[in-house]
Ligand binder design. Structure first.
Ligand SMILES: *Cc1c(COP(=O)(O)O)cnc(C)c1O
Length: 400
């Protein structure tokens, strides 16, 4: 079948809630993906950082297959033999005391919102239904109705009201605004240590530390949404490590399964996650043995194959090479580790056409926020592969 025919089928029968590049992928390995015509591409999106370990990582695929032949789903009505180890390994890796597993990132964000609201009532003593959570402009935390209630992107809200109350939005990167926004009813502050969908925005140095200290001073929980920035993407296990803080709550997803299955989790102290009692919250698939086995192996791969270190080194190298490209379109090159944004000038007429041109040359990227090209390849990428990509990127950025 021709790629055009797949696209026609998809457009005819599927809801049009995405605008994908017209590449139909049917195979992938490491940093490479292949389309139905056999053309090979370097994947510089890595499924929004879900495929940090590389596509179809053999160890993760093996864990998936082995577990799939044993037991896939018990529901949490019963126990399984994988989840306890996922809990233990995640806590040992991160130093947090407790884990609550979910499936998608959005569900984990919802879980963190529920946990911190409940902590607000049960522990902090906020009056019933008055808890507030402070969030930042330009955030991305998923697509549920409560989460879009605090988006600042109009399109994400358009037609979906009424919205969930209890959120305040302050400018990202402004710790003074946080201090002013906090009241006696503030339960938590939710922030992405680096904004991904917002255009790979790295906040000013010292911001996270200041915000964290303000939260501590006011008995407000600091929630780091590390769903995209975490698990090695930024060149550290978590992006907040650059500022030596220890958030009260962290949210992970995406690369927690190496892209092999939806797995997400909230990690925190027993004081916070201890607010949940049996029946308060749940998910049929959350914490299932297949998910747990895959997540366990995905974490091991990340650590044992030194992917975090590789992300740091290759990220530095990638940015240095990008900075060497002379292009009239480029306004800014930024990021940490292999979490890289190239912002184009408004006159460049949008990043989409550059992404389409890169696709022609065998590199898959996705524009974010109109003017930013995000380069976020799997963390297994090598220097030679970056050198190869730089030639194509240079040709593309030199277009008119
Ligand atoms: C992708 C993402 C989410 C939502 O994850 P889904 O799995 O798409 O629901 C939440 N927060 C951040 C920072 C993300 O990048």
């Amino acid at each position: 079948m021709l790629s055009k025919e797949y696209i026609e089928l998809e457009e005819k029968y599927g809801a049009h809630n995405y605008h994908p590049l017209d590449v139909v992928i049917n195979k992938a390995e490491g940093v490479w993906v292949y389309d139905v015509d056999g053309k090979k591409y370097l994947d510089c999106l890595a499924a929004y950082s879900a495929v940090n370990q590389g596509h179809c990582h053999p160890r993760i695929v093996k864990a998936l297959k082995d577990q799939a032949e044993k037991v896939t789903l018990t529901s949490r009505a019963f126990r399984n033999d994988q989840l306890p180890f996922l809990y233990k390994e995640l806590c040992e890796l991160t130093g947090y005391q407790m884990v609550l597993p979910m499936n998608s990132g959005a569900e984990a964000v919802e879980t963190a919102l529920k946990a911190t609201r409940k902590w607000g009532y049960k522990v902090k003593g906020i009056k019933k239904n008055e808890a507030e959570i402070i969030t930042c402009s330009n955030n991305f935390a998923g697509r549920t109705i409560s989460i879009i209630s605090f988006t600042t992107v109009d399109q994400y809200k358009d037609g979906f009201g009424p919205f969930t109350p209890g959120f305040k939005i302050i400018p990202y990167g402004d710790s003074g605004a946080l201090e002013k926004a906090i009241t006696k009813n503030t339960a938590a502050f939710l922030v992405e240590p680096i904004q991904g969908e917002g255009g790979v925005i790295v906040p000013p140095d010292g911001y996270l530390k200041k915000a964290f200290d303000i939260c501590k001073k006011n008995n407000v929980l600091f929630i780091a949404d590390e769903i995209q920035s975490g698990l090695g993407r930024s060149g550290k296990l978590f992006a907040f490590e650059y500022e030596n803080i220890r958030p009260d709550v962290i949210i992970i997803g995406k690369a927690l399964s190496g892209g092999c299955y939806p797995v997400s989790a909230v990690l925190s102290s027993s004081e916070v996650l201890g607010v949940f009692n049996p029946g308060d919250h749940g998910s049929t698939f959350g914490g299932n043995p297949l998910a747990a086995a895959i997540a366990r192996e995905s974490i091991k791969v990340l650590i044992e194959e030194n992917l975090i270190e590789n992300s740091y080194k290759m990220g530095e190298y990638f940015r240095e090479r990008l900075r060497g490209i002379k292009s009239k379109h480029v306004k800014d090159i930024r990021g940490k580790g292999l979490f890289i944004g190239v912002e184009l000038k408004p006159e460049a007429n949008g990043a989409r056409r550059f992404c389409e041109a890169l696709m022609e040359k065998g590199i898959l990227c996705k524009e974010t926020h109109e003017n930013v090209i995000r380069f976020a390849p799997p963390l297994v990428i090598t220097k030679d592969e970056i050198d190869w990509a730089i030639l194509k990127i240079e040709q593309t950025l030199k277009m008119d």
